[in-house]
Structure formats: structure tokens, C-alpha cells
Design a protein around this ligand. Structure first.
Ligand SMILES: C[S@@+](CC[C@H](N)C(=O)[O-])C[C@H]1O[C@@H](n2cnc3c(N)ncnc32)[C@H](O)[C@@H]1O
Length: 315
């Protein structure tokens, strides 16, 4: 079997497994224990994948494990100040699809409508109401969607140069907002397999994931919905790299996610010259610095300083 666990990891695994064993009724603790086993890959000494582990050790499908993990995260997002906390996982499940700060608002609304502990059906209805608003903001497929401003910019191929050493050659990369496909082509040029999709061709990132296996998600996402985008990336649970304005580090909404899930940033040594809808490549570079916001790419440092290629064709 693969890696052995360090002594402290074995102890941690035993402690977490006791929680799962004893606490199958306390869904939040079980979800948190599963989350830490999954993210720390503490199953690796006995099982190849988390899915095999949950199935064999607990007779639990990956879907069920993910439901419990999602529920624990959701309850964590509700904070400690809400007057009524959910007492069953099924009440919480519908809220997993909402952004963290919407979850608290949705729960408040559900307890208000129920005048106490809401049924799962009431929560579902509230979530449907919230989704209606969210989907208008997250660019639903089928709308006459026309990206505007930086949501419509295209990234020059040289932007991926400092990222390539952290993307194993055998990985399949998903570019879920590929626009004109410049990054997809850049990955092909670097001999990587890359799947490109975009809302413009009918694949809404909030509803779609490629049916083929993929290992890592890389894109310059639409900045107008960058927080929702980050949330979905973490929720998908696979390594990712998003090219985002450096100032994203200062946003409390983003920090909540970074604190919870972790983050490594690959800073760039100069500004990237994006192709803009009206000015093309002549815009003279972004008005703001951008960096690759990465997760599970194992950068050498949490803050890593990369060097952009010369980009003679594009800058
Ligand atoms: C800033 S552009 C980046 C294009 C490309 N990633 C690049 O870096 O060259 C953002 C892209 O996100 C796409 N987009 C916006 N909302 C989306 C959504 N909900 N799902 C998938 N793509 C979306 C837009 O159509 C646009 O092509």
C-alpha cells in the first residue's frame, strides 16, 4: 500500500474514526471527521481512494460521505450565533449548494418561515428561492449572456508558464471558462491534455463538470462572480489554479474560504497583458496585478514567486 502514516497521523486517524463510530447520530462531528480524513488523505495507508475507504470501512457511499461533509461545512458557516441550529443532516443538505454567507440568510429565513426548527421541505423551498437570485448572478446557460469588461478578457498563453512545473504531465486539465480557448491551446502546446468548456458553449460551471476524468482545474474566471467561482472550486475538491486579482487576498469573503480550505499563491513578476473585447492586445496590460490562486498543487511555499515567459507575441 502507498504511504505509511506518521505516528501523530495514525493517532489522529484513530481519534477521528472513534468520532465516526460513536457519533453516527451527530452528523456535524461525523462530517468534520470525514472531511479531515479526506483532506489529510489519512486513509492512504489502507486504501487507495477516499471512496474505497468510506465504502469498506463505513459501508458509506462517497455521495453519502460528501453529504455529511457538506452538512458539517454548512453548519460551520451558520456560525455559533444563530438562535436555532439544525438537528438533522437532511435539513442542511439543500443549503450545501448556496454560497457560505447565503446559507446563514437561508437558515434564518427557513426558521422564520417554520417559526422554529424547519422541515427539510421548507429549507428546500427557501433554497429554491435563493437559487433563483443566485442563478441570475452566476450567468445561467440559456440567458442571452454576453460577458462584459474583465469577464470577457482573454489570457495570453505565457501566463501558464510558471504554473506548468506544478501540473504533472499525465494530468488532464479542465479549463471551465475557456472563452476563445487561448489557455486550452497553451496547454496543448505544452503537451498537456486539456478540456475546454464555457457558458458561451452551453456549459455553466455551476451546473456542469466534464464526464471524462480530469485532475485539475485551471482558468481565468469571470471576476464579477469570483467568490462564487472559488466556492465551487473548493466544493469540487480537486486541485485548482485560478488567475485572480491579487487584491482578492484582502476580501473577507475570500479569506473565509482560504482559512477554511487553504490556499497557495503563485505571484507573478509583472502584470499580464490581457486581450480586451474592444482594445484587443493593445490595452497595455491589466490595471491591477494578478496571481495564480492555487489549491493542492503543492507549491514549494505558500507564497511562491514565479516568472512569466517573455510573451513576445502577446505583450
Ligand atoms: C475572463 S474570461 C476568461 C477566458 C479564458 N479563461 C481566458 O483566460 O482566456 C471569463 C470567461 O468565463 C465565461 N463564463 C462566465 N460565466 C460562466 C459560467 N457560469 N460558466 C462557465 N463559463 C462562464 C465567459 O463566457 C468568459 O469566456
Amino acid at each position: 500500500m502507498a504511504d505509511e502514516l506518521a505516528r501523530n497521523e495514525s493517532k489522529e486517524l484513530a481519534r477521528l474514526e472513534t468520532i465516526i463510530q460513536l457519533g453516527l447520530s451527530t452528523f456535524v462531528e461525523v462530517g468534520n471527521a470525514l472531511l479531515r480524513i479526506r483532506d489529510g488523505r489519512l486513509y492512504r495507508a489502507s486504501h487507495k481512494t477516499f471512496e474505497e475507504y468510506t465504502q469498506e470501512r463505513w459501508g458509506m457511499t462517497r455521495r453519502r460521505a460528501n453529504q455529511l461533509i457538506g452538512a458539517a461545512e454548512t453548519v460551520g458557516n451558520l456560525g455559533t450565533t444563530v438562535p436555532i441550529l439544525p438537528d438533522a443532516e437532511r435539513q442542511v443538505r439543500p443549503m450545501a449548494q448556496l454560497a457560505a454567507e447565503q446559507q446563514q440568510a437561508a437558515w434564518d429565513e427557513a426558521t422564520r418561515r417554520a417559526n422554529g426548527q424547519p422541515t427539510a421541505a421548507i429549507v428546500e423551498q427557501v433554497v429554491r428561492d435563493f437559487n433563483y437570485k443566485r442563478d441570475n448572478k452566476s450567468n445561467r446557460a440559456g440567458d442571452a449572456y454576453v460577458p462584459q469588461g474583465y469577464d470577457a478578457c482573454q489570457t495570453p498563453p505565457y501566463a501558464i508558464d510558471p504554473l506548468l512545473p506544478f501540473l504533472p504531465m499525465e494530468w488532464t486539465i479542465w479549463e471551465p471558462a475557456c472563452g476563445e480557448g487561448l489557455l486550452v491551446e497553451a496547454f496543448y502546446d505544452a503537451d498537456r491534455r486539456c478540456l475546454g468548456t464555457d457558458l458561451l458553449t452551453g456549459q455553466n460551471f455551476f451546473e456542469y463538470a466534464p464526464p471524462e476524468p480530469w485532475h485539475c482545474l485551471v482558468t481565468n474566471p469571470p471576476y464579477s462572480i469570483k467568490y462564487e467561482w472559488l466556492e465551487r472550486c473548493y466544493r469540487l475538491g480537486r486541485p485548482f489554479a485560478l488567475l485572480l486579482p491579487v487584491e482578492t487576498l484582502g476580501a473577507s469573503r475570500a479569506q473565509t474560504l482560504f482559512k477554511r480550505h487553504g490556499l497557495e499563491v503563485l505571484f507573478l513578476d509583472r502584470r499580464v497583458n490581457f486581450k480586451m473585447p474592444k482594445k484587443g492586445w493593445e490595452g497595455g496590460g491589466a490595471q491591477f496585478p494578478v496571481a495564480w490562486f492555487t489549491w493542492k498543487l503543492e507549491l514549494p511555499d505558500q507564497m511562491y514567486f514565479g516568472t512569466l515567459g517573455n510573451g513576445t507575441t502577446f505583450s
